[in-house]
Write a new protein. Structure first.
Length: 130
């Protein structure tokens, strides 16, 4: 259904290889389950390299996709995305927000709450920071 390829948005991205219908659970965001305290430490290090890998699961836990992660960690952010994240039973699912055609890049809105150091490149002139 998907594969990792170089992206025009940033570095690696994840692309549909088949048509994906709206609301399909495409992939879950895998990684190491860590506390917010540990996540804050790691995020400071990761941010120096211009990367965000930590995904907030709930008030207690964060999933660090850089350790034990799967291809979901390569899905880029867009402000007008074609996917959304949904947390069900402690699992972060990336689901299709609309029908996605083969060859289209998957994106979701990261809804970051950190220091917002990264300029979003989803479209020319985007003012969002990640
Ligand atoms: C979860 S990774 C996504 C995979 C990344 N493209 C890679 O090659 O490692 C998140 C990082 O990708 C980059 N990124 C994702 N979406 C972006 C966007 N819309 N604009 C600029 N950078 C983006 C940022 O550096 C962010 O920290
Ligand atoms: Zn944007």
């Amino acid at each position: 259904m998907i594969e990792r390829r170089r992206s025009k948005l940033h570095g690696w991205g994840v692309f549909a290889t088949t048509r994906i219908t709206k609301n399909t659970r495409i992939i879950h965001y895998a990684g190491e389950k860590i506390t917010h305290r540990e996540s804050a430490k790691r995020e400071a290090e990761q941010a120096k390299k211009g990367h965000i890998w930590c995904f907030r699961l709930n008030n207690r836990w964060v999933i660090d996709g850089s350790r034990g992660g799967n291809d979901a960690r390569f899905i880029n952010h867009a402000c007008a995305p074609n996917c959304y994240a949904q947390i069900v039973g402690g699992v972060i699912w990336i689901r299709a927000a609309k029908t996605i055609e083969p060859g289209q890049e998957l994106t979701y809105n990261y809804q970051t709450d950190g220091k917002k150091t990264i300029q979003c490149l989803c479209r020319p002139g985007c003012k969002t920071r990640l």
